[in-house]
Design a protein around this ligand. Structure first.
Ligand code: GDP
Ligand code: MG
Length: 438
């Protein structure tokens, strides 16, 4: 799937040092293929890839990120931009006035369910919604709305199936005015495919009473079709927003990307299940990372950027090269890891690691005893590990509440790391530029 694909792409970029123009191009070619396979509209993919390319090539890679992470960051940012950057709220009149909302969409998209879900949301915000049963074609449609309305503790207006939908809607509005309802949500009929009769019926309702919000309900699992449907509805009816349903399935939600790009209309909510409480605010950034399938690596990038002190990094790099690294630095690095949420969290955020980590218990206790040992050293000992003789080690072990063997193990481990650093800096030939060690 798309997730696996993208993870592979970025895995290939990892550890390559600085990103070349060719790297960006190769990666984006794969991104393009992957997005197309995820049913994102080809025009959208084309312009998306172009904007990422434009940004990625020639951009400095932030010190705290690997080049691969940097590309993920840019891809993600552009994706969020496409999805609309900010969460858009359904626009409502002040509670003293009536807001009329018309739900539309194909049959089975989730209109009736979503109508009841939305009513519950508005009710909890202190509104008094009235649901209107305008689907007179499907035999059970009116009952379905009535049952769902009852579950939500919301009134349903119905005139059976012998009246024209536009007349039902008009009567409902009058009823709302008389009885103090301030939101009227019209549940309309859908068809399996777009046809003139359906569009005409919706247009008639829209022209005969003031509809403040025309909300299109789209099944996210219908992929590329969802885009065509949205485009048509917007063309004929001018929609104000979209609710994307069935995002609880395993679809990556590629439709979200193209719907927003093609119609320019915001996605307002996401349907996350059949239960009436399963309606969530739409967050473009979350959707982007879902489409990308990068798990929480984006969170990791954010955290790394926020927490990583650049001057410290430079200092670390200098020490690294000179192999001056001592226990104070060791401690500092451990605290850096802690600030970023602990080793378990950190590893869990890497793509593909979540699964593997399930069976592996990271011993956070071992980490804290390492810390305890270092804290039991004097400043002088931390800066000059060479002076650690048996009697000092014994004192440190007692102070940290560990055995002398544990202290020895840590010192040994530390010396090995240092030796490796020396070899490393030898290879870097003193230039020390990222990606220059060959
Ligand atoms: P309508 O024809 O557009 O009114 O669609 P319905 O509201 O009758 O929904 C069609 C089917 O989709 C029903 O079985 C709903 O329970 C289901 N459904 C609606 N929204 C969601 C959702 O967000 N997730 C899931 N899993 N099912 C949904
Ligand atoms: Mg329905």
């Amino acid at each position: 799937n798309l997730s696996d694909k993208l993870q592979n792409i970025f895995k290939n970029l990892k550890g390559k040092g600085r990103l070349s123009e060719a790297d960006v191009k190769t990666a984006l070619k794969e991104v393009k293929m992957a997005l197309l396979e995820a049913d994102v509209n080809f025009k959208v993919v084309k312009s998306f890839v172009a904007s990422v390319q434009e940004r990625a090539v020639g951009q400095d890679v932030l010190t705290s990120l690997t080049p691969g992470q940097m590309v993920i960051k840019i891809v993600n940012e552009e994706m969020v931009k496409l999805l609309g950057e900010q969460t858009v709220e359904l626009s409502l009149k002040p509670s003293g006035e009536i807001t009329v909302i018309m739900m539309c969409g194909l049959q089975g998209a989730g209109k009736t369910t979503t109508t009841a879900k939305l009513a519950g949301k508005l009710k909890s915000k202190g509104r008094k919604p009235l649901l209107v049963a305008c689907d007179i074609y499907r035999p059970a449609a009116i009952d379905q709305l009535q049952i769902n309305g009852e579950k939500q503790g919301v009134s349903v207006f119905s005139m059976g199936d012998k009246h024209k939908p536009v007349n039902i809607a008009k009567a409902a509005l009058e009823h709302a005015e008389k009885n103090g309802y301030n939101v009227v949500i019209i549940d309309t009929a859908g068809r399996l495919h777009i046809d003139e009769a359906m569009m005409d019926e919706l247009k008639e309702i829209k022209n005969s009473l003031t509809v403040h919000q025309t909300v299109l309900v789209v099944d996210a699992m219908t992929g590329q079709d969802a885009v065509n449907v949205s485009e048509m509805f917007n063309e004929k009816l001018t929609i104000d927003g979209v609710i994307l349903t069935k995002l609880d399935g395993d679809t990556r939600g590629g439709a979200a990307l193209s719907i927003r790009a093609v119609t320019g209309r915001p996605i307002l909510y996401a349907g996350m299940g059949e239960k009436l409480s399963d309606l969530e605010q739409f967050y473009p950034d979350r959707m982007a990372s879902r489409i990308l399938g990068m798990g929480d690596i984006l969170t990791l990038i954010d955290k790394a950027q926020a927490e990583f002190d650049e001057t410290k990094a430079k200092e670390m790099e200098r020490k690294f090269k000179k192999a001056e690294f001592d226990f104070n630095d060791f401690l500092e690095q451990m605290q850096q890891v802690k600030k970023m949420g602990g080793l378990n969290d950190l590893l869990g955020m890497l793509p593909g690691m979540g699964k593997q980590l399930k069976d592996v218990e990271i011993d956070e206790n071992a980490l804290s005893s390492t810390e305890a040992i270092i804290y039991s050293m004097t400043k002088k000992e931390r800066a000059n590990p060479d002076i650690l003789n048996p009697s000092r080690k014994k004192r440190i072990a007692a102070g940290a509440g560990v055995s002398i063997n544990e202290v020895n193990a840590l010192v040994k481990q530390f010396e090995q790391s240092k030796k490796m650093m020396k070899q490393f800096s030898g290879m870097m030939g003193g230039k020390g530029k990222r990606g220059k060690f060959k």
